[in-house]
Design a protein around this ligand. Structure first.
Ligand SMILES: NC(=O)C1=CN([C@@H]2O[C@H](COP(=O)(O)OP(=O)(O)OC[C@H]3O[C@@H](n4cnc5c(N)ncnc54)[C@H](O)[C@@H]3O)[C@@H](O)[C@H]2O)C=CC1
Ligand SMILES: O=C(O)CCC(=O)C(=O)O
Length: 345
């Protein structure tokens, strides 16, 4: 395997790996180990080129520093990407090679699931590294983090709804949900159980059919989800979907979802505020996944720990939105400030 260090100012270690035998092309980005060894999932995606994969790895890695700090976890921020189509290019050999790549970081980075990567894939990688979490087997195995992520997003959505609507009751609220994958489908279940009406979109027709049947959801074409009239928009697919174009089309009062890096840039957070749309910062509300895998990394035995941490996410969401209102500031900036203060200590 050929390992090439990449130049990335502000990051502790970024390496590109290429393994001819398995076809692995992967980047591991460790943004910060200030609060502890870095942890964050692995994304497999058919990136159009190397540069877009590198940008994604860097953005996701920094996001994990902020997410882990916001959730008060003794973990730093890291993330990895594999440049490949998960539907056609994933093999056990490729995941094993990825495991060897993770092991080369000697514990500085622990991997887990993200888009395009399942528990089974991580178990394949774990044959070659002891720094993989979100496994189904083992003394502290935490399994698929997605249901926990969804629960945290749901609790935070209730907290954020109090700010947007004056109460946290989601009964009758219309929620536009983008992405019915591992997290989105579980979130749909929570929202439906709370009495919300769902409008869903996904590029995968069978997921849409499932949500229509299970949750009496209405569905729209992927690009139309930004135009529907709803109370809440819940992005649960890919990042950078909140930009000048999509924000101008949104017809909601609150954005709260699981997707990482929802804001295309800083200006997007301000644009949401200017339109009177409350933004529940992504890395605060979607901390449930890392909380779940942390039980494995940190060897947590207290059964109440995850529930308490998830409740704390909702409290943090509430605190940030309260402060943002008091300061007339964008919630994403208040959240960044909150984490920057933790990192500075
Ligand atoms: N799995 C987890 O525990 C966590 C996931 N996240 C983030 O949440 C998001 C979703 O993650 P997962 O559910 O694990 O991924 P996933 O890959 O299982 O689901 C993503 C879904 O989005 C759909 N999708 C892709 N492009 C779309 C588009 N343009 N319009 C509508 N749907 C589209 C896909 O078909 C798929 O159903 C990602 O941004 C991920 O980074 C964040 C924290 C933890
Ligand atoms: O959910 C996971 O598998 C670990 C955390 C992570 O990668 C994330 O929150 O994006």
């Amino acid at each position: 395997m050929k390992l090439t260090p990449l130049d990335a100012p502000g990051y502790e270690k970024v390496v590109y790996a290429e393994d001819e035998a398995s076809g692995l092309k992967s980047i591991i980005a460790v943004h910060s180990t200030k609060l502890g060894p870095a942890a964050g999932g692995c994304r497999m995606f058919a990136y159009p080129d190397f540069e877009s994969a590198k940008i994604d790895a860097l953005r996701l890695s920094k996001g994990m520093t902020y997410k882990n700090a916001a959730a008060s976890l003794p973990l730093g921020g890291g993330k990895s990407v594999i440049i490949a189509d998960p539907k056609t290019q994933k093999t056990p050999e490729l995941m094993q090679a990825f495991g060897r790549f993770v092991e080369s970081f000697e514990g500085m980075y622990t991997t887990a699931e993200d888009v395009g990567i399942s528990v089974e894939d991580i178990e394949e990688a774990a044959k070659y590294t002891s720094h993989a979490a979100g496994l189904n087997k083992g003394a502290f195995a935490s399994g698929d983090p997605s249901p926990v992520t969804a629960r945290g997003v749901y609790l935070s959505c209730v907290a954020a709804a109090k700010h947007a609507f004056g109460h946290g009751d989601l009964e009758g609220k219309i929620i536009a949900l983008q992405g019915l994958g591992h997290v989105g489908m579980y979130l749909a279940e929570h929202l439906h159980a709370a009495g919300a009406q769902l409008i869903v979109s996904d590029i995968n027709a069978s997921s849409v059919a499932k949500a229509r049947q299970a949750f009496s959801a209405r569905s729209v074409a992927p690009n139309d989800i930004y135009d529907v009239e709803a109370d809440i928009f819940a992005p649960c697919a890919m990042g950078a979907i909140l930009n000048a174009d999509t924000i101008s089309r949104l017809n909601v009062k609150l954005v709260c979802g699981a997707a990482n890096n929802q804001l295309a840039d800083d200006a997007a957070g301000d644009a949401l505020m200017a339109r009177g749309i409350l933004y529940a910062p992504d890395y605060v509300v979607n901390g449930g996944g890392i909380i779940s895998v942390s039980t494995e990394i940190l060897k947590i035995t207290d059964e109440k720990w995850v529930d308490q941490k998830l409740e704390q996410l909702a409290v943090t969401t509430d605190k940030i939105l309260t402060k943002a209102k008091a300061q007339n500031a964008s919630p994403h900036k208040v959240a960044d400030q909150f984490v920057d203060e933790i990192l500075a200590q």
